[in-house]
Design a protein around this ligand. Structure first.
Ligand code: AMP
Length: 428
């Protein structure tokens, strides 16, 4: 299958060539003809499958004829990072077209967004909370909307955005094309699909099958030697960009500091960062100024860095699905990548669950020359926090020294973030 077979507008085809895409991915092969035919689509696919272009290309094709400066396509996405990536895709693929696009999310100033919307844009990529602000204030006109995309719908549901989505649905024209993408299909999303899609075409790429180009390895190690082993692995492995996952944001921050101390250009991405610093970490990782990014699952959601050569699970994830999500960041779209997971004795059950999903055992490896015999310090202080002072009222039980769990920080919600500049793109 080739992109020519879709008979996309020559300006869109030029964008595909400029982006360097040669062959459509399976989700694109299925979704593009359906979207071009004007059908509603239920897309079951996760990031890394090429799903963004699967909706962006036929939307650009649809918008090519017709007027400019009215919002004709709206994409709703759960996080700011994902919104920026989707917008970047529209800009890259639509670079030969006279279309404009912008992102709308919270944590940045409202006024630049109002000004951009007033000047007129064709495509808006938005997070739900801030979009509702604009709808409420009448600063966005959606009356000419033709296509609505709900991306990572399961994620939006997990983050509590479903009521917001329903409000948004009330504010868009009833006659429109709707595309709903989700990695999984929980009951709530099935319900949402039933409410929003008319006679949809369902397109699906394997829900949990990881990219075949990824090779997996487990590195059994004791907890207190994880950092030393990670440093050893980095030293002895030929890596380009490395994404390291930790279970908690506290660990992500500490590990980032330790990697920097060891001389690596590293950054961390965790929920505690301001929007400016998150963007700087992401941009730096994308352009190669940071070689290593340490992140928690939630902070890393939807990250698309095509050059990631290695995903290293410093901590094993909590579910087999999360493992597939994590390693989906490497070996993207026909590139090869490696996924290393450091495992301790406590991780046996999770390893079994992951092997079941992968359908095969994962190779156990030992790092040559690494001293696995170094005993644990008498009190394992790695990542332990200083004991808390006893609280006067409502004392917390034993969990006081456990590292804090990462918490979901929905993007685009109101009230929550500091103000700074907005980014908007011109798909020209
Ligand atoms: P996505 O699943 O939309 O996050 O896309 C994953 C990655 O695949 C992105 O870096 C895209 O630029 C890239 N990509 C999408 N479609 C293609 C294609 N047909 N050929 C090569 N790379 C692609």
């Amino acid at each position: 299958m080739t992109f020519q077979e879709f008979k996309l507008h020559p300006d869109v085809a030029a964008g595909i060539t400029a982006a360097g895409y040669v062959t459509p991915t399976p989700i694109q092969a299925q979704a593009i003809p359906a979207v071009m035919a004007g059908r509603d689509v239920m897309g079951l696919a996760q990031t890394g499958t090429g799903k963004t272009a699967a909706f962006a290309l036929p939307i650009l094709h649809r918008l090519q004829p017709g007027g400019r400066g009215r919002v004709r396509a709206l994409v709703v996405a759960p996080t700011r990072e994902l919104a920026e990536q989707i917008n970047d895709s529209f800009i890259a693929l639509g670079q030969k077209m006279r279309l404009t696009s912008t992102t709308i999310y919270g944590g940045v100033g409202l006024n630049p967004q109002v000004a951009t919307l007033r000047r007129g844009v064709d495509i808006v990529v938005a997070c739900p909370g801030r979009l509702l602000d604009h709808i409420g204030q009448g600063t966005i006109d959606l009356s000419k909307l033709e296509v609505l995309v709900l991306d990572e719908a399961d994620q939006m549901f997990d983050m509590g955005f479903l009521p917001d989505i329903r409000r948004i649905l009330k504010a868009v024209p009833k006659t429109r094309q709707t595309l709903l993408f989700s990695a999984t299909m929980p009951e709530a999303i099935r319900g949402l699909a039933g409410e929003t899609l008319t006679n949809p075409v369902t397109v699906q790429v394997d829900r949990v099958a990881p990219a075949v180009t990824v090779s997996h390895a487990l590195y059994p190690v004791e907890q207190h030697l994880k950092t030393a082993l990670l440093l050893g692995l980095l030293k002895h492995t030929d890596t380009e960009s490395v994404l390291v996952f930790t279970r908690t944001k506290h660990r992500a921050k500490r590990l980032d500091e330790q990697l920097q101390k060891a001389g690596y250009r590293a950054a961390s991405l965790q929920g505690n960062l301001s929007q400016n610093r998150r963007q700087a970490a992401l941009d730096g990782f994308r352009d190669g100024s940071f070689q290593i990014l340490v992140a928690t699952d939630i902070a890393a959601r939807g990250i698309d860095v095509s050059q990631i050569s290695h995903v290293i699970n410093y901590d094993i994830p909590d579910t087999a699905e999360a493992y597939i999500h994590r390693i989906g960041r490497t070996g993207r779209a026909a590139r090869s990548g490696d996924a290393f997971t450091l495992v301790t004795g406590e991780d046996t059950a999770m390893v079994r669950a992951i092997e079941k999903v992968l359908g095969k055992p994962v190779e156990r490896r030992r790092l040559e020359g690494f001293d696995y015999t170094v005993p644990a310090p008498r009190k394992d202080s790695e990542f332990a926090r200083p004991p808390r002072q006893p609280a006067v009222r409502r004392p917390k039980p034993a969990a006081a020294t456990a590292p804090e769990a990462e918490s979901a920080k929905p993007a685009g919600t109101r009230r929550r973030f500091k103000r700074n500049g907005a980014r908007s793109g011109n798909a020209r």
